[in-house]
Write a new protein. Structure first.
Length: 188
């Protein structure tokens, strides 16, 4: 059902993006962030495949809840908390549909144990990847002469910096510039 959930519903898009595409993008970025963490920043290793898996499923509850626009979802603490409860209930609903032999594996991805330090790190990298994906969407819309995404891009870029995530900062500096390159420039 993920391909039916359109993102950025309140904005004019030059190209629509669905939840399935977004989830793939976040998974690829999260995997990169984990590799940056392990091999470039040389921090205590994090599992890049667990990070990619959590990222792939990070918005799966939206097949039940739909895509709530970010300005509404985070308008105040009460709404934010209420939406997290709705997401948790949706995750439980999805998990209840699975065979019990594998339900635990999916629970680990949909409702990670955030009392574990390593899982907190994975979750933080997924959150950064989610924001980086949104930032890249804004960049692509601006490149297509859609000024409607300019303010969103600035807000999202600030929110990335506010995470104080070295991996995300490295990604912004070293991975984002090629996104604006043409095929000819990439092929050289």
């Amino acid at each position: 059902r993920m391909q039916y959930i359109q993102r950025w519903g309140l904005m004019r898009n030059t190209r629509q993006e669905n939840l399935k595409e977004h989830s793939f993008d976040v998974a690829v970025i999260a995997h990169s962030l984990a590799l940056i963490h392990n091999h470039i920043l040389k921090q205590d290793p994090v599992d890049p495949f667990l990070t990619m898996g959590e990222a792939l499923y990070h918005d799966v509850t939206e097949i039940i809840t739909g895509d709530m626009p970010t300005p509404i979802k985070y308008k105040n603490d009460e709404l934010k908390h209420a939406y997290k409860e709705v997401e948790a209930q949706a995750a439980e609903n999805i998990l209840s549909l699975l065979p019990e032999q594998i339900e635990g594996e999916y629970r680990n991805l949909l409702l990670p144990d955030l009392s574990d330090e390593k899982r907190v790190l994975v979750h933080r990298l997924v959150k950064a990847a989610d924001r980086l994906s949104a930032f890249l969407k804004c960049l692509m819309e601006e490149k297509a002469s859609n000024d409607e995404f300019h303010s969103a891009k600035e807000t999202i870029e600030k929110s990335i910096h506010d995470l104080h995530c070295e991996e995300a900062e490295y990604y912004l500096t070293h991975f984002v510039p090629p996104y604006g390159m043409t095929l000819d420039e990439i092929s050289r």
